[in-house]
Design a protein around this ligand. Structure first.
Ligand SMILES: C[S@@+](CC[C@H](N)C(=O)[O-])C[C@H]1O[C@@H](n2cnc3c(N)ncnc32)[C@H](O)[C@@H]1O
Length: 269
């Protein structure tokens, strides 16, 4: 498969990757993203906290997987490499850890590739979560990932961009079927079923706004999120809010965004 793809960035429409970068304080975003993000601040003030809470969950999940012997990660929907990326968190503990970043956003892939140009253990490829073979069979994936050994598959704050029409459970199954026993799947996902009425309304307003971007959001209920782990053993503490997943820091139980992001990690038996 050719490594050739358009490095052209569409700056006329906000993108999820660049918005998330802006929420996290990054600089890989454009006026169209910043204007949209500021509108989101009015519509759904806790969206920014959610981005930080999500990123913290991602890092805890990576450390958990490393603690269980994982030394290779595929991070799909990895985003712009804003501070504290997966390879940075992993290499603090195990510098030999291999990481393949995947995103369908040009800015995210281009900046990741530029950052990783000299790395022999981490790379970034363009790819769409909805086309597993193009990701798993990509030559750069094949170069870094040994599919005979367990892998940490990270699909964090991305699956809510997958429409119910894309058959989410079958899609995940196509990934998991290729992974060795002992592999881990980490997911976080937008939700509103346990939010307060006000937070629910605010989040649904955000969802409507994202409908105009290249990344519409589809919230899922707790049971729908849990079903995504079919065939896996969900590790403790189970399906919880992202803020609460193995977090030793104090959590504000009344924070409106807390119930708007489910998280869990499953192990392939
Ligand atoms: C909210 S960010 C999450 C970034 C990172 N996973 C994290 O949790 O910190 C969502 C990312 O998913 C990417 N994305 C959305 N739909 C995608 C798809 N179908 N395939 C690959 N990436 C996708 C966006 O471009 C964006 O970079």
């Amino acid at each position: 498969m050719s490594d050739f793809y358009s490095r052209e960035i569409d700056t006329t429409k906000p993108s999820a990757a660049r918005l998330y970068d802006y929420y996290l304080g990054g600089t890989h975003n454009y006026p169209v993203d910043r204007a949209f993000a500021e509108r989101i601040r009015d519509i759904c003030p806790f969206a920014w906290d959610m981005a930080r809470d999500n990123r913290d969950f991602l890092r805890r999940a990576v450390r958990f997987a490393l603690g269980n012997g994982i030394r290779q990660f595929i991070d799909i929907g990895s985003g712009v490499p804003t501070v504290g990326n997966v390879h940075e968190a992993a290499h603090q503990i195990a510098p030999e850890t291999r990481v393949v970043y995947v995103d369908n956003d040009t800015e995210a892939v281009v900046t990741s590739q530029d950052m990783l140009r000299d790395s022999t253990v981490a790379t970034a490829i363009p790819g769409d979560l909805r086309h597993p073979d193009t990701i798993l069979d990509h030559p750069r994936t094949a170069r870094l990932i040994d599919f005979d050994r367990p892998v940490g598959l990270l699909i964090v704050a991305v699956f809510h961009f997958v429409s119910p029409r894309d058959n989410p459970r079958a899609l995940l199954r196509s990934y998991l079927d290729r992974l060795a026993p002992g592999s881990y799947l980490a997911l976080s996902h937008a939700a509103v079923d346990e939010a307060t009425p006000l937070a629910r309304e605010q989040y649904l307003n955000l969802e409507r706004e994202y409908g105009s971007t290249s990344n519409p959001v589809y919230v899922r209920r707790r049971d729908e999120f849990t079903e995504l782990f079919d065939g896996l053993d969900i590790v403790e503490p189970g399906v919880v809010y992202a803020t609460d997943w193995r977090n030793v820091q104090p959590v504000d139980p009344h924070s409106p965004g807390r119930p708007c992001l489910y998280a869990a990690v499953g192990r392939k038996p």
